[in-house]
Ligand binder design. Structure first.
Ligand code: ADP
Ligand code: MG
Length: 332
């Protein structure tokens, strides 16, 4: 049973960044306004996500890390509610199967926090009281420890995994409005450094300045458009001729209803249109698509980063038209 569980879990949690993504999304779902991602040895030894969200009530401790347990029901009247991106109770259970999971948590109804240790099946093996502010810390030690081949790959590629994680955290730093994000890394020699720190501004503009810097921001222009009545597109994109000049797509961030997603087709479209103006550089793009969740399917890939619009053809053609205006030679 536990071998099957591990294999399934390995399809939900693919790497360091998909593991951390799940924890950060849980913190956002818990209403946190401050989230710290702490890594030991770039995440190879352990990683933890510390938040000041609502905490977990003691009634939920036993079932917390069991498969398909979720406290997030899907009957929210607001279809664009953030919880749409919750993982249907698979993240904590998968992380238990793939590493050593501990949770510290306290809600406003408790005067003291609880520290829980879980086994690979998601059962509690130790429980003790501790001091902590309201909120939750989820820690994972030795990711992939029981999958020796995967663990070896993980260790070998740790810097690459770390790079991918930083890019994901930049995406959250851009989109998470009113949430302070900090990421620290502690090296094997116990030297701790802050690798990302945001103020938790409410404006995308401020977040872009924090992540990319003011010089970059001045090369961007706002995008604000409505396509097909139902979809609102807004954000910032490079002015003609003012690209990032770096690798393809390394400064392109796309969001659907405020959550980071991969949009290779949109990226390709932007690059293609932009090329007409300047063939050497790639444009920077930070774009959110506000769209009724009915009109998109986020459940296509296990890590929920790929997304499909049900009316993709019309959305893409409207987008093309709007972008061509921005990049046409006689644009003011
Ligand atoms: P899901 O997010 O789909 O509900 P998870 O496995 O990610 O599934 O989490 C299981 C449950 O654990 C959540 O429904 C939530 O009740 C609780 N939980 C996990 N992380 C946190 C957190 N940081 N703060 C509060 N509750 C949390
Ligand atoms: Mg979750």
């Amino acid at each position: 049973k536990s071998a099957i569980h591990r294999i399934c879990a390995g399809q939900v949690i693919l790497d360091l960044s998909s593991a951390v993504k799940e924890l950060v999304e849980n913190s956002l779902d818990a209403g946190a306004t401050s989230i710290e991602i702490a890594l030991k040895n770039y995440g190879e030894e352990w990683f933890q996500v510390i938040d000041n969200g609502c905490g977990i009530s003691p009634n939920n401790f036993k079932v917390l890390a069991l498969k398909y347990h979720t406290s997030k029901l899907t009957d929210f009247p607001d279809l664009q509610s953030l919880t749409t991106f919750g993982f249907r109770g698979e993240a904590l259970s998968s992380l238990c199967a793939l590493g050593n999971l501990t949770v510290e948590t306290r809600t406003r109804n408790e005067s003291i926090a609880t520290h829980l240790t879980f086994d690979h099946l998601g059962l509690i093996t130790a429980e003790k009281k501790m001091a902590r502010k309201i909120g939750t810390t989820v820690a994972v030690k030795n990711l992939f420890c029981d999958l020796p081949v995967r663990r070896k790959e993980f260790s070998r590629n740790i810097r690459k995994e770390y790079g991918k994680l930083i890019s994901l955290l930049n995406a959250y730093a851009l989109c998470a409005k009113g949430v302070r994000l900090v990421c620290t890394n502690t090296t094997a020699k116990n030297i701790k450094s802050v690798v990302l720190k945001t103020q938790g501004s409410d404006s995308l503009k401020d977040n872009i300045i924090t992540v990319f810097g003011m010089d970059t921001f001045t090369c961007l222009e706002p995008v604000n458009m409505r396509i097909l009545d139902t979809c609102k597109v807004d954000g910032f994109i490079s002015r003609p001729g003012q690209g990032s000049g770096r690798n393809l797509g390394d400064r392109q961030f796309f969001f659907v209803n405020g959550r980071p997603v991969d949009m290779p087709k949109v990226s390709k479209l932007i690059n293609e249109i932009y090329k007409g103006a300047n063939s050497r550089q790639y444009p920077i793009a930070v774009i959110n698509f506000a769209i009724p969740t009915k009109a998109c399917d986020v459940n296509v890939t296990p890590d929920k980063r790929k997304i499909f619009f049900s009316d993709e053809v019309s959305i893409m053609s409207s987008l093309r038209e709007a972008l061509e205006k921005i990049y046409s030679p006689n644009h003011a």
